[in-house]
Design a protein around this ligand. Structure first.
Ligand code: TMP
Length: 234
């Protein structure tokens, strides 16, 4: 496959066309942002960790029955994915209170949830990705009822699969964000799964092993990204 012109540059990735209209070429960057782009920095080799980790996790999920956009790795920083049309939703799955949920509801970070919590945000940087509910989603045509039902089904399934996968590697899956796209008329999992998009705490010590180390200036950022990749590669 051939890499053609860049279609889009996001905060963490560049998306290129390929000579096959069914596929995109993704390049993972080391750029890190937080708080809707207000805080900017670099996490050295983050692009490598996130590219490899996403590839490994999407492959595992695909094998367990979750359709994903992942096709193949090109090199350390690049992969080929199906040319999905991304739905403008961030799907957040929470097992334990942390981050914006802990703040919004006045909960101590680390409080377990009695039920897995799903949240939806409208992907729009200018608006700061506002939270939306099912009615907003249908009223604004962000997704159809059938698409949202499929998204919820896959989101819960991905949560069960990832929780089991991570705990075997000494990591607790606190919460994470997914994005979905439409490909050949079907909803499939897209974007990435990485320490940028998950909260992972060490199972023994509760040490934060994710992008919160960058967001909150906790130090050890690069080492922790490498440690997570090392653990999941076994
Ligand atoms: P939050 O607690 O800040 O709402 O984040 C919930 C989860 O979603 C957390 O695992 C980090 C992830 N996330 C993203 O991947 N992208 C984002 O832009 C935000 C705000 C959170």
């Amino acid at each position: 496959m051939e890499k053609l012109e860049m279609l889009y540059e996001g905060k963490a990735k560049k998306v290129y066309k390929t000579d096959d209209p069914n596929y995109y070429w993704i390049e993972y960057k080391d750029d890190a942002t937080a708080f809707n782009g207000e805080k900017k920095g670099t996490i050295v080799d983050k692009g490598i960790v996130n590219n490899k980790m996403s590839a490994l996790l999407f492959k595992m999920l695909e094998e367990k029955g979750v359709p994903t956009h992942f096709e193949s790795l090109v090199n350390d920083r690049e992969q080929i994915v199906k040319a999905v049309k991304i739905l403008p939703l961030e799907v957040i799955v929470r097992n334990v209170a942390a981050g914006s949920l802990a703040k919004r509801l006045g909960l101590e970070e680390g409080t377990p949830m009695k039920k897995t919590v799903l949240e939806f945000c409208y992907k729009n940087d200018e608006l700061g990705d506002p939270m939306v509910n099912d009615d907003h989603i249908f009223a604004m045509d962000f997704a159809t009822e059938l698409q949202l039902e499929t998204i919820k089904h896959y989101a819960y399934k991905v949560n069960e699969l990832l929780k089991a996968f991570f705990i075997k590697r000494g990591l607790k899956l606190i919460d994470f964000k997914l994005e979905f796209g439409v490909y050949e008329g079907k909803v499939i999992l897209a974007d990435e799964i990485s320490p940028d998009t998950c909260r992972l705490w060490d199972a023994e010590t509760n040490k934060k092993m994710d992008k919160d180390r960058f967001r909150r200036d906790l130090g050890d950022v690069e080492a922790v990204y490498q440690e997570v990749l090392g653990r999941i590669q076994g």
